[in-house]
Design a protein around this ligand. Structure first.
Ligand SMILES: *Cc1c(COP(=O)(O)O)cnc(C)c1O
Ligand SMILES: [Zn+2]
Length: 381
């Protein structure tokens, strides 16, 4: 059974492309997005069918880019818990508060969802060597799924990325290049290898499929709330791919008629040490200027020039959401508070949404009756 993917379309100029061969950016420089034939999906499958299935994120296979279901590369990603925290809700002053604990994925972060979809799609299109720049966690995830698929993976990472992430890439057999600088500098190192050796460019939004894996976060949140949308989702944005993915997921659930009502307000959190998307949102800009001298304890959020800036800003505005920057000290304090209030051990990135709850409530961006989901994107360990 082939997929329900109809085509790829450019998020900037709208140009359409076939999806069965390997594709990267549009010639105009815009990221490509995956469009589905939702009429056909609706005719083929219903909510009840999905409820009866096992198997993490691939339960949603009709809404994922896989042509041959037996070709799925999986390590058991997705299907993570949505944990209600009445104590945190009371502390912040909102109606209901939930932690979507995506630290419970293979390799410890929600990057596993993106890598599962991305490696599956790359393998189906005959990719040999996979190559990507990373702040750290995506490198580990792609190294793991590349290993599962038997494909070589080339990773470039800032030399000051956490040691255990470097070690994990090496253990998984990836070729690891350490770069002086940030993920953007790692990108230049990888571009060289792609040009010279013909590697498959697996960088964020440079291939269209990792966003499809990350979008399953949004499907699961709505299903776990009883096929209802929350009022707001608070998300720690680096490149913002998870947010763009959830935006598309919620729109797809609406279009399928599987969830009624308005999709949630999408809210991004960044560190004050690297907040290009928050700055652009505050300025009312359509694009984000590169952030100078980016530094934060939340290394996964250290993305000074995100390729998906336009889409993130559109997603926030389209849903009536907002953007907020928090200091690193608040992130570290929230990490402790989250752990003690819920038992969830989050990474600094994963704790950033919790750090933003107080300010968001004070600003009136969260209301007393709101049902709010914070996404813990990665585990502490
Ligand atoms: C990559 C990463 C993020 C940011 O994800 P984007 O989709 O790039 O916004 C957040 N948290 C963790 C733990 C990450 O690894
Ligand atoms: Zn284009």
């Amino acid at each position: 059974m082939p997929s329900f993917v109809e085509r790829l379309s450019c998020s900037r100029c709208g140009r359409a492309f076939g999806h069965l061969e390997a594709r990267h950016l549009c010639p105009c420089g815009g990221p490509l997005l995956v469009d589905y034939d939702l009429e056909q999906v609706r005719a083929a499958v219903g909510r009840e069918d999905l409820e009866g299935r096992r198997g993490g994120m691939w339960r949603w296979r009709e809404l994922l880019p896989v042509e041959d279901p037996s070709a799925v590369v999986t390590l058991g990603e997705g299907g993570t818990p949505l944990l209600a925290s009445p104590r945190l809700a009371a502390g912040v002053g909102v109606g209901e508060l939930y932690v979507k604990d995506d630290g419970r994925n293979p390799t410890g972060t929600f990057k596993a969802r993106g890598a599962a979809a991305g490696v599956t799609a790359a393998a189906e299109r005959g990719a040999a060597d996979l190559a990507l720049p990373t702040a750290g966690n995506a490198g580990v995830a792609w190294a793991a799924y590349g290993a599962a698929a038997g494909l070589p993976v080339h990773v470039a990472m800032p030399a000051d990325a956490p040691g255990p992430l470097q070690e994990a890439c090496r253990l998984l057999g990836a070729e690891l290049a350490l770069v002086d600088g940030l993920i953007s500098d790692a990108g230049r190192a990888i571009a060289d290898g792609i040009e010279r050796h013909g590697w498959y460019d697996a960088g964020t939004l440079r291939e269209p499929y990792r966003i499809e894996g990350k979008k399953t976060l949004g499907f699961e949140i709505a299903e776990q709330l009883g096929w209802r949308f929350p009022d707001a989702v608070v998300y720690p944005a680096g490149g913002g791919v998870g947010l763009i993915g959830m935006w598309r997921a919620f729109a797809q659930l609406s279009a399928l008629g599987w969830v009624a009502g308005a999709p949630p307000r999408l809210i991004i959190v960044q560190s004050e040490g690297c907040a290009p998307l928050v700055r652009a949102f505050d300025r009312g800009a359509d694009r984000a200027e590169p952030w100078e001298d980016a530094r934060t304890v939340a290394h996964g959020l250290r993305v000074p020039a995100p390729l998906g800036d336009e889409l993130v800003l559109r997603a926030i505005r389209d849903t009536g959401g907002t953007a907020v920057a928090v200091p690193d000290e608040d992130i570290l304090r929230a990490q402790r508070q989250l752990a003690r209030a819920t038992g969830v051990l989050a990474s600094a990135e994963g704790a950033a949404p919790a750090a933003a709850l107080g300010p968001l409530r004070e600003r009136g961006d969260l209301g007393p009756g709101d049902r709010v989901v914070v996404v813990n994107t990665g585990a502490l360990l």
